[in-house]
Design a protein around this ligand. Structure first.
Ligand code: NAP
Length: 484
């Protein structure tokens, strides 16, 4: 099957923080792939902006290096890389100063889509928004893209929303959560809402429970200072895991439109029950043979910040009242995996003689590594010897059937940036969603702070603290193995 790439309209994209880690590792290599595929129009411009005193050729050299390092196979295509780099400019700008803005204005064209990616600390969002307006660079059709962390609690998220709202309408603001840009996450919606098979079973009558796991093998890396003030709850649960939960739990929207989808997600967040303290396990990784402890990594020997959270949640509505959602995320775990598993109920009646095993259908949606979906089904074990049943995964990734299309899996960032240019907000968080998510997580974090809660230690390279296993065992359930 031939890949269909639909070019977006001509655009000028300014990346504030264009010299930073995110820009070099994700945004620019992603844009290069879109350029190479023909989706980014040849006339479009990308302008990096940061305080560093670079000229455009210095910036292009920096980005060439970044694409060679982080761009995957595409780096070998040097002619195309040269053409792409010609689309890049650079302006030295301090978000808090007045220098450089008129140069930026002179580089931006009138009759094209204008997008401004705020790939900088959130404390600079207000300065950037204000100056883009004061210097008449942004117009009423311009878009801004903002990164997590979007606040550290409800009050700060409200303040950030209010700051952005002074200069931009909600329809211009794209709050990025790259988990939503993953192919499998969108496929989840296609499978749910595009087939007759799943939706009738998608409720407490047939679904025993749902597990969402995001396990990382890395520790805090160079982000120790930020992470130690944040922790897994703020860094992962409030945004990525809750967004995944919303997509699994939401009602079908009447149409697949940005506000219709986000209205349904918001209803899920509002239906989340407060979580009881004994339904949450906080963990912190300890040293193991070849790995340092969390406290050593963040250079804070008295840190009580969690690098792991496991919790049991309830969505209190007609569809899900009896189905618990178990969420789990952690750093320095035994393997890197992100997975949603919809575990269906047992068949009550066993009609095959001698079969005492518990067979369950499980729909597993893997976000990484090897994005894909499989459905565990029970079949007869092949061969003679009677009706012995086994569980086998039915691969729903369909890579063979889709051929080139499946292989051309676009990275989440580049897909989302193309959505910004298209003006499609479906896969971006709305301000009220972000605030509702903080309204749910704030009491949990405040409870920990009030109790001086001490996280349970777990060995680096393990599956997390034993208490997380108990959270499931108490309910007669077990976590799926964390496999890379
Ligand atoms: P970073 O590596 O520290 O880069 C920050 C960028 O901002 C640099 O280009 C820096 O360049 C620029 N900058 C700093 N102060 C500035 C100012 N006053 N005016 C203009 N530019 C300024 O950070 P990052 O990792 O790229 O992260 C950027 C944002 O994305 C942060 O909000 C972060 O939380 C978020 N994020 C990052 C990742 C990731 O994987 N890196 C993932 C999710 C979210 P100069 O020093 O030259 O000014």
């Amino acid at each position: 099957m031939v890949s269909r790439v639909i070019p977006v309209d001509d655009f000028d994209l300014v990346i504030f923080g264009g010299t930073g880690d995110l820009a070099r590792r994700k945004i620019l290599p992603g844009l290069f792939r879109r350029f190479r595929s023909g989706q980014m129009p040849a006339d479009s411009r990308i302008i990096g902006a940061a305080r560093s005193e670079l000229d455009t050729s210095g910036y292009r050299a920096m980005i060439r290096e970044a694409i060679v390092e982080f761009g995957g196979d595409e780096k070998s295509d040097t002619d195309t890389l040269d053409q792409f780099l010609n689309a890049l400019d650079y302006v030295a700008i301090d978000a808090k100063g007045e220098g450089g803005w008129s140069e930026l204005k002179s580089l931006i064209r009138d009759k094209v889509i204008k997008a401004f990616y705020f790939s900088v600390a959130p404390s600079l969002f207000g300065d950037l928004a204000e100056r883009l307006h004061a210097h008449e660079i942004a117009d009423t059709d311009s878009r801004i893209v903002v990164e997590k962390p979007f606040g550290r609690d409800l009050a700060s998220a409200q303040a950030l929303n209010a700051t952005l709202a002074e200069h931009f309408d909600e329809r211009q603001i794209y709050r990025i959560d790259h988990y939503l840009g993953k192919e499998t996450v969108q496929n989840l919606m296609a499978v749910r809402f595009g087939n007759v098979l799943f939706e009738p079973l998608w409720n407490s009558h047939y679904v025993d429970h749902i597990q969402i796991t995001v396990a990382e093998t890395v520790g805090v890396g160079g982000r120790g200072g930020y992470y130690d003030k944040s922790g897994a709850m703020r860094d992962m649960v409030q945004n990525h895991l809750m967004q995944l939960l919303c997509l699994i739990a939401m009602e079908p929207p009447s149409v697949f439109g940005a506000n219709e989808v986000r209205d349904e997600k918001l209803k899920v967040i509002r239906a989340l029950q407060p979580v009881e303290a004994h339904h949450i396990v906080r963990g912190q990784y300890d040293a193991s043979d070849d790995a340092a402890s969390y406290r050593a990594d963040v250079e804070n020997p008295r840190s009580f910040t969690e690098s792991f959270v496991a919790m049991k949640c309830h969505v209190s509505n007609w569809r899900w009242s009896d189905t618990p959602f178990y969420l789990r995320t952690g750093k320095k775990m035994k393997a890197r995996t992100s997975e949603i598993a919809v575990v269906f109920k047992d068949l009550g009646h066993k009609m095959f003689e001698g079969d005492s095993a518990r067979h369950r259908n499980i729909l597993a949606i893997r976000l990484q590594p090897n994005e894909g979906m499989d459905l565990q089904v029970t079949i007869k074990e092949p061969g003679p010897g009677g009706m012995r049943l086994i569980d086998v995964p039915l691969d729903m990734t369909f890579a063979d059937a889709l051929g080139d299309d499946a292989e051309d899996a676009t990275d989440a960032y580049e897909r989302l940036i193309m959505d910004v240019i298209r003006g499609n907000q479906t896969l971006f968080m709305r301000g009220d969603e972000v605030e509702a998510a903080w309204a749910w997580t704030d009491p949990i974090i405040e409870g920990w702070e009030a109790r001086n809660d001490v996280p349970k230690l777990y060995d680096a390279g393990s599956a997390g603290p034993d208490d997380a296993m108990m959270l499931m065992h108490r309910d007669g359930r077990r976590w799926r193995d964390i496999k890379g």
